[in-house]
Design a protein around this ligand. Structure first.
Ligand SMILES: O=C(O)CCC(=O)C(=O)O
Ligand SMILES: [Fe+2]
Length: 274
């Protein structure tokens, strides 16, 4: 919160417009797909004709942004990196990149993107994992370069559903690899490699184990949105598989709420391992 307050007061954005979601940032095919998912006749079959299924693991590829937006967003984040502002790091695994909440992207960009554009898709794709009742997120941009992080080891996300969009810049290698749901023992896991395509996103379940292979040249910047459903995680913490013990916090925290104790009417099944 302290960093966020300092940034709000002292940081001068290079491209202030990138902070406020506008339809023109989004790929026309993405807008079309979202529109079809919000119609009363929307169904999974129709959605699956519009997006690419990259494996039987329920991982999907879809165009998300136009390239002009990706370029501007990366320029904005580079400008922030060069500034003297205090910087938090995306998560315990990525040492380089930016926490978008600290820069003020949540209210005007990530929340509307999640609510208006992503949830119509995730409700059809992942209803069993809280895809229809996502109510918070943690969003960040990860950066890989030859002098910084090169790769990311295998992990699962603190998320019910994750969107990972490649923003650029130029790079070689650095593909993602996906294995099974985290409940599958290590020695039985099978891996699928998935290439990044600039402007395109991958949707996957947070509990699907995955990692990133090393880049071998250039710089890779990806926007990651860990989307969360309190109705799912209030029952069982996706990180430790135990009943959560909550402490009060500000903002989204880790996406839990206190409703569960009162037998939340929003109870949903937690992810299956298929
Ligand atoms: O490097 C990537 O694109 C994946 C990052 C990721 O999986 C994560 O931050 O959770
Ligand atoms: Fe991840």
């Amino acid at each position: 919160m302290e960093r966020k307050a300092i940034i709000a007061k002292c940081y001068k954005p290079l491209h202030p417009e990138v902070y406020v979601l506008h339809d023109s940032f989004l790929a026309p095919e993405f807008l079309e797909t979202v529109k079809s998912c919000t119609s009363p006749e929307a169904d999974l079959e129709d959605l699956l004709r519009r997006i690419q299924s990259v494996s039987e693991k329920r991982i999907y590829r879809l165009p998300v942004f136009v390239s002009e937006y990706c370029n501007k967003l990366v320029e904005e984040l580079e400008n922030f990196e060069r500034s003297e502002m205090p910087k938090g790091r995306p998560n315990t695994m990525n040492n380089y990149g930016v926490l978008l909440n600290e820069l003020g992207f949540d209210e005007t960009f990530v929340t509307p993107l999640r609510e208006r554009f992503l949830q119509p898709l995730t409700s059809l794709l992942y209803p069993d994992c809280g895809g229809g009742c996502l109510d918070s997120h943690k969003a960040f941009v990860v950066k890989y370069s030859m002098q910084e992080d090169l790769d990311l080891s295998c992990h699962y996300d603190n998320a019910e559903v994750t969107l990972n969009v490649c923003l650029g810049k130029d790079f070689t290698d650095g593909s993602l690899y996906f294995s099974d749901m985290k409940q599958v023992p290590d020695n039985q896991r099978r891996y699928t490699e998935v290439k990044h395509v600039v402007t395109q996103g991958l949707l996957h379940r947070g509990q699907q184990t995955h990692g990133a292979l090393p880049i071998s040249s250039g710089e890779r910047w990806n926007l990651i949105i860990w989307m969360r459903s309190a109705a799912v995680r209030n029952q069982i913490c996706p990180m430790c598989d135990r009943e959560p013990e909550l402490v009060q916090t500000v903002g989204f925290g880790d996406g839990f709420t206190q409703e569960k104790a009162a037998n939340s009417p929003k109870m949903v099944e937690v992810c299956a391992i298929t």
